[in-house]
Design a protein around this ligand. Structure first.
Ligand SMILES: Nc1nc2c(ncn2[C@@H]2O[C@H](COP(=O)(O)OP(=O)(O)O)[C@@H](O)[C@H]2O)c(=O)[nH]1
Ligand SMILES: [Mg+2]
Length: 221
């Protein structure tokens, strides 16, 4: 029997999305849901759905991702939003370049399935951010998507420190410094189930902009 690939799902109040998401997980993957202080019963829903549940009381996307990576045991890992935007049926395609050794980091490039799937302000911010990171690193980054695959030990060795929404930017900057090869995999991006915590809420959006700026400024020093 082959060892399943761990999929880390950072989760803050995603009780609505989790049943659909976990039921869609193909064979060969194990879900690790990192409950980040949810108040909507996400942890119970995740357990019912067959996931391993890890509890991370410290709020923030980066804190949740890190806790999940620490609990994971597989060689290859996927980190994916727990909001139902990504179809786990596409995980095999995402993992393929890392498995084949042609990339160290595979990032899902979002292909929205409808206009509602990806709000315009979030799309614009993402284009600008991807351009900034591209020009800084030379990496072929087009989208800082909500799903990525890599090797767990290598990722932990990068020592990404951001505990909040600056995590993906810091990851790309550190990956570049470590000489990683990045590859994009097109993935359908569906409207999220439930309310957005980052780009869909003003508070989350402003925090994301601030965290991201900080990481970029640090890298420029
Ligand atoms: N913003 C935020 N998201 C968290 C946190 N902990 C876990 N998450 C999860 O991180 C993922 C990203 O958030 P999401 O609302 O989808 O952001 P969006 O994709 O920009 O709309 C989701 O699966 C959240 O449930 C946290 O403390 N803050
Ligand atoms: Mg999301």
């Amino acid at each position: 029997m082959t060892i399943p690939i761990d999929v880390v799902f950072p989760c803050l109040n995603e009780a609505e999305a989790l049943p659909v998401l976990l039921a869609a997980l193909p064979p060969g993957y194990r879900a690790i849901v990192v409950d980040n202080g949810s108040t909507d019963g996400s942890a119970d829903v995740a357990l019912l759905g067959g996931a391993v549940v890890v509890s991370e009381p410290r709020r923030g996307y980066g804190a949740a991702v890190h806790a999940g990576l620490t609990a994971a045991t597989s060689d290859l890992v996927i980190v994916c939003d727990a909001d139902g935007t990504i179809d786990p049926a596409e995980f095999d395609a995402l993992v393929a370049p890392v498995r084949a050794g042609t990339a160290d980091l595979a990032v899902g490039r979002r292909r929205p399935t409808s206009r509602q799937a990806w709000p315009v302000p979030a799309r614009v911010a993402n284009v600008v951010l991807a351009w900034m990171l591209r020009s800084r690193t030379g990496l072929p980054l087009r989208d800082l998507g909500p799903v990525r695959a890599t090797r767990r030990a290598a990722l932990l060795e990068l020592e990404v420190r951001d505990k909040r929404s600056g995590y993906p930017v810091e990851l790309v900057l550190r990956a570049h410094r470590a000489g990683w090869r990045l590859s994009h995999v097109d993935m359908a991006y569906r409207p999220r189930i439930g309310r957005s915590k980052v780009t869909g809420s003003l508070r989350g959006y402003l925090t994301a902009v601030r965290d991201t700026r900080r990481r970029l400024a640090e890298a420029a020093r």
